[in-house]
Design a protein around this ligand. Structure first.
Ligand SMILES: Nc1ncnc2c1ncn2[C@@H]1O[C@H](COP(=O)(O)OP(=O)(O)OP(=O)(O)O)[C@@H](O)[C@H]1O
Ligand SMILES: [Mg+2]
Length: 199
């Protein structure tokens, strides 16, 4: 069971789009995919639900882990091989909910031990900040994929993410690897974006 986080602290770089497409590609390869949304707008969950704020069971219902078993937030859909774990606005209270937990960033990782072996791949979509949700994704993942746009700002911001990755490696998940940087929405031609992309 591979656990792959998708993260970048710059918004709108294509994290969720990449996560969704990667999940689809794995599913087509007959892999059983669990897609975990860790973003409070529920962008990854939206294709699976009419209104994400009406979904009865979302990730926050099992964090911290004494609230309920992981399977209660795993939804079944018409998408063969893909099960989503949705999120919605309730994720906004994550930091508050987990404040009393000493190792709050481990809570998400712990939830996957309950479903060990049921999936080939778990994909975790992080939000565009470096708060607890992102740290939880990095702690729960074996590898992280970093989508970015071919712009100075997008590339520079990976520095902050790298710092958090190093901290997570030191404190919670020493084997966390950066699986790759994915250049998204690059324009072709001799402009600045394509020069950055080619570096
Ligand atoms: N390769 C692409 N070509 C065109 N549009 C794209 C591409 N990748 C993403 N988009 C569009 O860009 C917007 C932002 O993408 P997405 O929501 O995946 O980014 P994100 O990094 O997850 O954003 P956030 O940080 O807000 O969670 C969406 O409207 C998406 O459809
Ligand atoms: Mg997103």
């Amino acid at each position: 069971m591979k656990k792959i986080g998708i993260g970048h602290n710059k918004g709108g770089v294509g994290k969720t789009t990449f996560c969704f497409c990667l999940g689809g590609a794995f599913a087509e390869m007959d892999k059983r995919v669990l897609m975990v949304d860790m973003e409070q707008r529920g962008s990854l969950s939206s294709p699976f639900a009419k209104n994400i704020n009406d979904i009865p069971c979302v990730i926050t219902d099992v964090l911290p882990d004494d609230r309920g078993p992981t399977k209660t937030v795993v939804h079944k859909t018409d998408f063969e091989n893909i099960d989503p774990v949705p999120a919605n606005l309730t994720l906004g209270r994550l930091e508050n909910d987990l404040i009393s937990e000493r190792d709050s960033h481990y809570c998400l990782a712990d939830k996957f031990t309950e479903i060990e072996g049921q999936y080939d791949v778990i994909l975790l979509d992080a939000p565009s900040n470096l708060g607890l949700a992102t740290r939880s994704v990095l702690t729960a993942s074996e590898g992280v994929i970093i989508p970015l746009e071919a712009q100075d700002y997008s590339v520079k911001r990976t520095g902050y993410l790298d710092t958090v990755i190093q901290k997570v490696r030191k404190r919670g998940n020493p084997s966390l690897t950066v699986l790759g940087y994915v250049t998204n929405r690059a324009t072709t031609g001799g402009d600045r974006s394509s020069r950055i992309s080619s570096r």
